[in-house]
Structures are given as C-alpha cells and as structure tokens.
Design a protein around this ligand. Structure first.
Ligand SMILES: NC(=O)c1ccc[n+]([C@@H]2O[C@H](COP(=O)([O-])OP(=O)(O)OC[C@H]3O[C@@H](n4cnc5c(N)ncnc54)[C@H](OP(=O)(O)O)[C@@H]3O)[C@@H](O)[C@H]2O)c1
Length: 256
C-alpha cells in the first residue's frame, strides 16, 4: 500500500476484529473501531494511539435495520475518510434448525449478510480508485454445516459475494476474503457452544488470522485461508463426495 489509509473495522471490541485493528495500526493505519461495548473500544483506541495512529471508537449496535446507513452517516459527520472497509462483525447460531429462535436467526442474517452488503455498497464510491475491502468469511462457507446450518449458509453468502465483487472491481477496488477455520474468541460463547474436538486441534489465534489477512490484503490476494491445516481441510472438502462432506460436518458439529 503506497500510504497507510484509514481502516474501518466492524466488531472491533474483541476477537478477530480487535486483532485486525491492532494489525492495521501496527502498519501505520488510522483505524475506526465499531462495536457495542464502548469501554472496550476506548481502551483499544488508547492502546493503539500510543503507537502514533489515530483510533476513533464508534459505539453502535449494528443489529438494526438502519445500522449500515447510521454508521455511514456517523463516519461522514465525523469527517472521516475511509480507505479500507473491514466487514468483520458476525455471530453464530448453534443447534438443530428445528429448535432455532427466529430473533437470533434474524440477528445473524443482519450482522453476517445484510450489513456487509449494505456497508460495501455505501462505502464503495469513496473506495473507488485504490481503496480496499476485507471481508471476514469462513472455511465453513465452503460447505454445508448441519448443527450450524444457517451460520454456514451465511458465510457461504459472504464467501460467494466477496469473490464475485473482487472480480467485478478488479483494478479499481481491491477486495479480499479471509476464511479462518476455528479461532479461539468470544464467538463460541456467544453461539452457546464449545469448540468441537476437531476444532480444538485445528484452532488458530486471532493474531495469526489478522496477520495472514493483512498480508493477503496488501498482496492483492482474493481468498486467504490463514492456516496450512485449514487449507488442507478446505481442499478435502472440495474433492470429497458431497454426502461425505455433509456427514463429516454433522459429526464435527455434534459434540460442541
Ligand atoms: N471464531 C471463529 O472460530 C471464527 C471462524 C471463522 C470466521 N469467524 C468470523 O470472524 C468474525 C469475527 O468473529 P470473532 O470470532 O472475532 O467473534 P467475537 O470474538 O464474538 O467478536 C464479535 C465482535 O462483534 C461485535 N458485535 C457482536 N454483535 C454486535 C452488534 N449487534 N453490534 C455491533 N457489534 C457487535 C462484538 O462486540 P460487542 O459485543 O462489543 O458489540 C465483537 O467485537 C465473524 O464474522 C465470524 O463469523 C470466526
């Protein structure tokens, strides 16, 4: 990147989002930090500003029908110019779909699917001509996931959407999709599940995901799968017969 631009990171108060914010700041980018827990955002902003960048916390619930527009307006009202949009926020709903709670499903759809589409569309004009988009998808989005059916499907949307617009916008806006495997964050607790036995073995850290994502973004890569083990899992999932993939995913998700 010729000059470190300003990166807006959604879901920046914890997990992968906080690690991404630290990674961008470590490379000299100013950052805009968005999530609900204001104290966490302020503490992170103070920490990052000791490194010489400007960090702006914006405390906002993104689980509303107007969240994307509200955030876009708030950024404009503060006079911030965004060069890199990082669509990171996301949640999971765990358990049999027949037992699912519709409010939780709507929240998951809003945060994981609607929000990144709306934010990307709203910020696209100002990203045109050298800006970047980093979307956090998942290896889960490349396969069906019984036990986490709607979460996997939401990530399938993110993965597909991101790869598609990366192609449409090539040469104008650089778009990168990062697809982590299991990462030890607050995600599992929020979803009401533990790590799977397989996940515990393959788990990586938010810092490792952030580092790989940043490197891929700067290199102009379209899809980044952060760990070698997950690249192997992803490859197996593509070559194995689909019924086998479905059953293995059901088994992996059954013991969480
Ligand atoms: N962890 C994994 O195993 C894993 C694997 C692959 C992909 N991912 C993806 O990585 C992304 C980040 O997940 P994570 O693991 O870092 O999760 P996390 O530790 O639970 O962090 C989620 C972040 O989103 C924010 N958030 C949640 N609901 C929000 C709302 N209504 N409004 C605004 N902010 C909200 C949280 O902050 P507040 O609570 O302060 O609002 C927090 O900063 C997600 O897209 C997830 O799907 C995770």
């Amino acid at each position: 990147m010729s000059r470190p631009g300003t990166a807006l990171v959604t879901g920046a108060s914890a997990g992968i989002g906080a690690a991404l914010a630290r990674e961008f700041a470590a490379h000299g980018h100013d950052v805009v930090l968005v999530a609900r827990r204001e104290e966490r955002l302020r503490a992170l902003a103070d920490e990052l500003e000791t490194g010489g960048v400007t960090a702006t916390p914006i405390a906002m619930d993104l689980d509303t029908a107007t969240a994307a527009m509200d955030l876009y307006d708030e950024v404009a009202a503060r006079g911030l110019d965004i060069d890199i949009l990082v669509n990171n926020v996301g949640v999971g709903t765990y358990g049999p779909f027949a037992d699912s709670d519709l409010d939780a499903e709507r929240t998951q759809l809003r945060l994981n699917v609607v929000l990144p589409v709306e934010l990307t569309r709203l910020f696209l004009d100002e990203l045109t001509g050298g800006g970047r988009v980093l979307n956090v998808g998942s290896v889960a989005g490349f396969q069906p996931g019984p036990g986490l059916s709607t979460y996997y499907a939401s990530k399938a949307y993110v993965n597909s959407f991101t790869e598609a617009i990366a192609e449409e916008l090539r040469g104008d806006v650089a778009v990168t999709l990062v697809c982590p495997g299991p990462v030890d964050t607050e995600f599992q607790g929020r979803a009401g599940m533990g790590d799977s036995a397989v996940g515990a073995v393959l788990s990586t850290t938010p810092d490792a995901v952030a580092e790989a994502a940043y490197e891929g973004l700067v290199a102009g890569e379209t899809v980044v799968v952060p760990s070698r083990a997950m690249r192997a899992v992803d490859l197996l999932g593509r070559i194995a017969p689909r019924p086998v993939v479905r059953r293995v995913a059901a088994w992996v998700n059954s013991d969480r």
